[in-house]
Design a protein around this ligand. Sequence first.
Ligand code: GDP
Ligand code: MG
Length: 460
Amino acid sequence: MKHSSDTIAALSTAPGEAGIAVVRISGARAFELLDAVLRTPLGEHFGGAWEHRRIYRADFVDARGERVDDVMVAVMRAPESYTGEHVVEISCHGGSAVVARVLESLFDCGARPAEPGEFTQRAFLNGKMDLIQAEAVADLIHARTELQRAVAHRQLRGALSSRIDSLADDMMSVLAIVEANIDFIEEGIDVLDVPATLANLSRQRDALDELLSTAALSRPLREGYRVVIAGPVNAGKSSLFNRLIGESHAIVTEIPGTTRDVLRETIVIDGVPFVLHDTAGLRSGTPDRVEAIGIDRAVDAAHSADVVVFVVDGSRDELPPGTEGVLHRLDASRALVVLNKTDLGTARAAVVEGVAHVRTSVVTGEGVDEVRRALVRLAGSEGLAMAARERVILNARVATLLSQARSRLDRLGPAVESREPLEILAVEAREILSLYEETTGRRYHDGLLDAIFSRFCIGK
Ligand SMILES: Nc1nc2c(ncn2[C@@H]2O[C@H](COP(=O)(O)OP(=O)(O)O)[C@@H](O)[C@H]2O)c(=O)[nH]1
Ligand SMILES: [Mg+2]
């Protein structure tokens, strides 16, 4: 971490051409910088106080006094700002040359370029938000679906933080009673209320169970469900992939083995992202090395898939050699067999026992909606859609800490019940409390902050 007493500046909007760009400044010297780089439309120094929550129209000048751009400047005085320091947001014209000159002038006047996430890191260090909320800022910026936005926004508003804080309060009162008892017991007085303490612990356990039940939804919420389209060559895998993504992306030809790389594309069904993977056809004993590599990748991709869509040519009776074996190895709970090319006939009626199947003609579009519905069902994505609208969803960092707390609670309960030495109870209670505090960042180490804030871009 660099000096937090520096005044920092960075472009906070995306780089490139745009109507406007916002350059953000934070730190004790923010207003000195404004005095140096802003002039009134009459060319005069502003002079006097920069008022809190006021917008100024100004000429931006460089260190030599040369006019660079017309700007609008929003002023937020410490501590009522995003970072808790003096913050200034300069809206200039959104071209890369303008932004470069504006930043250069600010650096000439004594600002330092901000590190990735440094504004938000300062907000955290100044108590403007906890770590869970800081993570939500990154999530909100990266949100590409409505569900991702809803979850991140709720978390930013403190929905998860307040629940962890109340767990910490509960544990604090357990700890207080246990520690008080350590003093009293020497005088022969026992004030540990075992039933009340056990009730407190079981309340924490229930709350943790409920929170942890959402942890499995975090990966699909962020990354989408992985759908791998596999099957023999020429069955229509790439055509189905294109239909599902609604545009011609994969190369479709009548020559078997055209798709060699795994193509990836995200579609959104009922608000939930699904990442489709089009793979090379499964064909045993392929003579072509490049295609053989492609097939290996298809098999790899199928292993880590949430749903495997296995496409075969349903207009033929015979399946290509080797296909039958693969069909029977499919995991019925997450596989869908697509019998394609119904427009050419429906010769093949045989499907694998227990595995869901859909008849399609990718050429006419028949059955494609049914494939979408089957993806939702097999992935279980309605659960995610519902949870994302109503609940907090734990990310991996928080889930790891809270599940550690959860298993320690399983030991503390019986230890209280069997009246183990109070010192032991106190140690265990303190451990759990510090797990809660690490979750919200009440307790932290610099490595943790680096890990979290390096996910941010510069300017956030
Ligand atoms: N008649 C008909 N042809 C299809 C259908 N789906 C795909 N094809 C054709 O089958 C050939 C192979 O399709 P492709 O999507 O490249 O198959 P892949 O090797 O499994 O990716 C192409 O000529 C497609 O136009 C279908 O439903 N009906
Ligand atoms: Mg293909």
